[in-house]
Ligand binder design. Sequence first.
Ligand SMILES: NC(=O)c1ccc[n+]([C@@H]2O[C@H](COP(=O)([O-])OP(=O)(O)OC[C@H]3O[C@@H](n4cnc5c(N)ncnc54)[C@H](OP(=O)(O)O)[C@@H]3O)[C@@H](O)[C@H]2O)c1
Length: 267
Amino acid sequence: MTKLKVCVAGATGWAGSELSQAIFAANDLELVAAISRSQTGKTVGEVVGIDELRAPIFATVEDALKTKPDVLVEYTKPDVAKSHVVSALKSGAHVVIGTSGLSNADYDEIDAVAKAVNRGVLAVGNFALTVVLLQKFAEMAAKYIPHWEIIDYAHSGKLDAPSGTARELANRLSEVHEAALDVPLEKVEGLRETRGSRLQGTQVHSIRLPGYVISLDVIFGMHDQKLILRHESGTSAVPYVDGALLAIREVGKLIGLHRGLDSVMQF
Ligand SMILES: NC(=O)c1ccc[n+]([C@@H]2O[C@H](COP(=O)([O-])OP(=O)(O)OC[C@H]3O[C@@H](n4cnc5c(N)ncnc54)[C@H](OP(=O)(O)O)[C@@H]3O)[C@@H](O)[C@H]2O)c1
C-alpha cells in the first residue's frame, strides 16, 4: 500500500509530538519530516523516545518540503503558520491547520492560494470529537434562540485570544445569524470592554488563568430559560489525535480552504 507522506510542523510540541507518534503507528501514513527550531538535526524519534521513528527535523519549512510530503500539518504558532501553509501549498502539498490564532484575513489569503494551486486546506480549531459535536449542537440551537455569548477559558500562558475553538464557533454561528444584543454596544454605560469582543456577530469573552486547561461555554439565553453547552479538555493531547488523523487522510479530497472537521465527517 502506498503510504501518505506527512510532514508535521511543530512535531516536538505538546500537540505535534502526540500526533507524530500516532502517524508513526498508522499503517497508511508515513512521517517523512518535521519542523522545530530547537531540535533541528535530530530525528523525531530521538525527541519522543521511539528509536524507529527516523523522520528528520528541519529548522525551516523550505528544507522540510524537500522531502515532498503529500500533507503538511501546521501545529506551531500563529505568527509563522501562514507562511508555512503558503509554502507547503506552493510546493504541491495539501495542508491541515491545527494552529490557532490565524485571522479571517489569513484564511482568505490561504483560501486564494489553495484554489490557485488546486490543493486542499482543512483548518480545524479543535480536533476533539466532543468539540465537533458541541459545534453542531450550537448551530442547531442558534436556529431557534436569538441570544448567545461565548466564554473561552485557558491557562494563563496561552498566547492567542480568543481560542481557535471560540473563533471557529463564532464563525459557524455567523452563518446562522448574528447574536441579538438588547443593549447595543455603543449604548453600554461604564466599561464597554467588559461586554467582551464582538467577533462575527458573537460576544466573546476570554478568561486566561492558571488552573484552567482549555474549556468553552456557549450560553443561549431566552426569557426565563437558558441552554449552556460546555466543553472541557483534560491535560493530555490525546483527544486531538483521532480528528487530526482523519483530517490528514481526507484533506487531499478538498480544494481550497475548509473550516471544521465536520467538512469531512458524515452526520
Ligand atoms: N486544533 C486543535 O485541536 C489543537 C489542539 C492543540 C493545540 N492546538 C494549537 O496548536 C498550536 C501548537 O500548540 P502546542 O501546545 O503543541 O504548542 P507547543 O507545545 O509550544 O509546540 C509548538 C511547536 O511548534 C514549534 N515552533 C514554534 N515556533 C516555531 C517557528 N517559528 N518555526 C518552526 N517551528 C516552530 C516548536 O518547536 P521549536 O520551539 O523548537 O521551534 C514546537 O515543536 C497552538 O496554536 C495551539 O493553540 C490546536
